[in-house]
Ligand binder design. Structure first.
Ligand code: V47
Ligand code: SF4
Length: 397
């Protein structure tokens, strides 16, 4: 696939402005781009230009390898104390009867459903409620580990951790240590939204601040843990808020090296308090993936989350800097279907994920949560190569 020659061609393009050429040269020389450069990319970079640079970075890091995992989600509740204006999923405490509140037994019933399936990860995240406290989650992690020790627990965000630690009067350091000892293996990237208070206060007022979100990840990284980071974009933020958000992540990553993956999350506008806003276009979403790949030079992976953006878009994103599309899911998350995603019951088999990746000329690799290779599918042939019935841009290899 594309590489240095493509950037060479860009550099020779007489129509390309000087500032964009300088940025292309930096990318070619593996030099970090500045915040000002990132803003120039957001304001002036064409899709083709950004795609070429991002693909170069992606292929320098991973070649054609494209990662996925076998996972399922558990969302213990959709009742929440907070009222984030982008959230279509949560219900207020005064409307509890409209939602669900799982007990420990309910959650373990879900875990048991996967006993005979080769999943490697459970992703646990949901609303914030007082009964889900430090003890509840520590007991839950211990119970899951006692039942299935090798299942990786990727659970809760600083939104929940900040709330439960404050309520139970434990410091971030003590709290994260308790979680680690109970069996927490890694932290997902949620709850980051946009860090800048000008936007955060407006869309996610009351929950942990950007600084607190970053500090909890830092503490977790100091304990040796790994985590992900997200950015919820395409609502009321300006481009510079996105740059500021990624700047703070890049700085923390320079300090700790604990982030694995950056996951841009496109704002979906169905049934929430910001439904009057239109959603970003496909072009804007691809530009955003590409710029994050170019800017976040110290993040190994950029993920497009297929349950949120749909399968075609996940395939497309693989040419714009993305090297990971998340997992099998098995219809276990409601966050995006309730917000209007194309995927109303997100579920994909391993065969479907592999075929989908192959059909855009990439190399499918099943990973575990920490990016250890579980199966390299390069030479694996399926009987039914039509497992994925979507867009066919290249013959199945
Ligand atoms: O924090 C909620 C976002 C996040 C909407 O770490 C919305 O591997 C768009 O973080 N439109 C939770 N986004 C999901 C998340 C995640 C997903 C997949 C993988 C990983 C990982 C993390 O979803 C929330 C919020 O930022 N969100 N509502 C919405 N209407
Ligand atoms: Fe609650 Fe999370 Fe929804 Fe905010 S995004 S209302 S914290 S469930």
């Amino acid at each position: 696939m594309a590489s240095n020659q493509d950037i060479d061609l860009l550099l020779k393009d007489k129509m390309l402005s000087g500032d964009l050429k300088e940025i292309a040269q930096k990318v070619m020389d593996t030099q970090r781009i500045s915040n000002e450069d990132a803003l120039v990319l957001f304001e002036k970079g064409s899709l083709g230009f950004l795609g070429t640079l991002a693909n170069h970075v992606r292929e320098s890091k991973h070649g054609d390898s494209t990662y996925f995992n076998r996972n399922f989600h558990i969302e213990p509740t959709n009742i929440c104390l907070y009222t984030c204006s982008f959230c279509s999923y949560s219900r207020l405490i005064k409307k509890r009867e409209e939602g669900w509140e799982y007990t420990m037994d309910d959650i373990m019933d879900i875990v048991h459903k996967y006993d005979d399936q080769p999943v490697t990860e459970v992703h646990i995240v949901g609303g914030v409620l007082p009964q889900y406290d430090v003890k509840f989650y520590a007991d839950l992690f211990k119970t899951i580990k006692a039942h299935r020790p090798e299942l990786h627990i990727k659970a809760l965000t600083p939104v929940e951790y900040h709330y439960i630690f404050k309520k139970d009067k434990v410091s971030y350091e003590e709290g994260m240590q308790i979680m680690m000892e109970a069996g927490l293996d890694s932290m997902p990237g949620g709850g980051a939204e946009i860090f800048h208070p000008e936007i955060r206060d407006e869309i996610a007022g009351g929950k942990c601040s950007g600084a607190q979100w970053l500090r909890i990840h830092e503490v977790w990284h100091e304990l040796g843990g790994k985590s992900n980071a997200t950015m919820l974009y395409g609502h009321i933020e300006k481009y510079w808020h996105r740059v500021d958000h990624m700047d703070q992540l890049r700085q923390l990553q320079d300090k700790t090296g604990g982030f694995q993956t950056f996951i841009p999350l496109k704002f979906r506008n169905q049934d929430n308090q910001m439904s009057h806003l239109s959603e970003t276009t496909v072009i804007e979403d691809l530009r955003n993936y590409a710029i994050s790949r170019i800017y976040l030079d110290n993040f190994d992976h950029i993920k497009s989350y297929w349950p949120m953006i749909g399968r075609d878009m996940a395939q497309l994103s693989l040419a714009f800097g993305v090297d990971d599309i998340d997992g099998t899911i098995d219809d276990t998350t409601k966050i995006y279907s309730m917000a209007g995603s194309e995927e109303q019951a997100p579920s994909m088999s391993t065969e479907q994920l592999v075929t989908m990746i192959r059909r855009v000329g990439r190399k499918p690799v099943e990973r575990d949560t920490l990016y250890n290779v579980v199966t390299d599918y390069s030479d694996v042939v399926f009987e039914d190569d039509n497992a994925y019935k979507g867009y066919l841009s290249l013959p199945v290899v």
